[in-house]
Design a protein around this ligand. Structure first.
Ligand code: 5GP
Ligand code: MG
Ligand code: MG
Length: 184
């Protein structure tokens, strides 16, 4: 689904499907160059990273396998508390592996900080992060993010895997929502 299919639901478009696809290809080439000759275990964070994972790994030429985790932040409110519960753990052993965490968006960075710490304790050879989007606040968080799709302003966006109330993940563009969507 594109923004033009239900234009009334959106305020403004940050990135079109074409811009996202083009950036994905750039990041994929960068990853291929960095991991030349190594096999990557890509760890996607459900559900938001599904689209990024699907497009990124198909644009890569490196050998890779994939695994998935689902996490949830404790605490009410729209800000994550930094306390993370693992809802679905990896199925693979990551001991000695080169891990690339694939995440939809980094806001405060609290979720990923926890995840990195957790995975590090399982003794992988390396851990890097690819985040499709990153907000300015994340810059203040001590998180070394090697690959970023786009740095975006501090506003709530949907599309390309990102949801509002579990909707809009299937939007291929990335956009902000019209106020009436929040009110209904
Ligand atoms: P953090 O721990 O970095 O603050 O939270 C990251 C998580 O918050 C993301 O994985 C995502 O689920 C959610 N999130 C943060 N910003 C946005 C946004 O602009 N749109 C959507 N849909 N989710 C967001
Ligand atoms: Mg996420
Ligand atoms: Mg969400």
């Amino acid at each position: 689904m594109r923004v033009s299919d239900i234009p009334g639901d959106f305020d403004h478009v940050l990135y079109t499907e074409e811009q996202v696809a083009s950036r994905i290809r750039e990041v994929a080439s960068q990853i291929d160059a960095d991991y030349a000759g190594r096999e990557i275990l890509m760890v996607g964070v459900l559900n938001g990273a599904v689209m990024t994972m699907a497009d990124l790994c198909r644009a890569m030429t490196s050998h890779m396998s994939m695994d998935w985790m689902a996490v949830s932040s404790y605490g009410a409110g729209t800000k994550s508390s930094g306390v993370v519960r693992i809802l679905k753990d990896l199925t693979k052993d990551i001991d000695g592996r080169d891990i690339l965490i694939v995440e939809d968006i980094i806001d405060t960075g609290l979720t990923l900080s926890y995840l990195v710490q957790n995975l590090r304790s399982r003794n992988p050879n390396s851990i890097e992060i690819m985040a499709m989007f990153r907000k300015p606040e994340a810059v203040t968080c001590p998180l070394d993010v090697k690959y970023v799709g786009f740095d975006i302003p501090n506003e709530f966006v949907v599309g390309y895997g990102l949801d509002y109330a579990d909707r809009y993940r299937n939007l291929t563009d990335v956009a902000t929502l019209a106020p009436h969507v929040y009110q209904s």
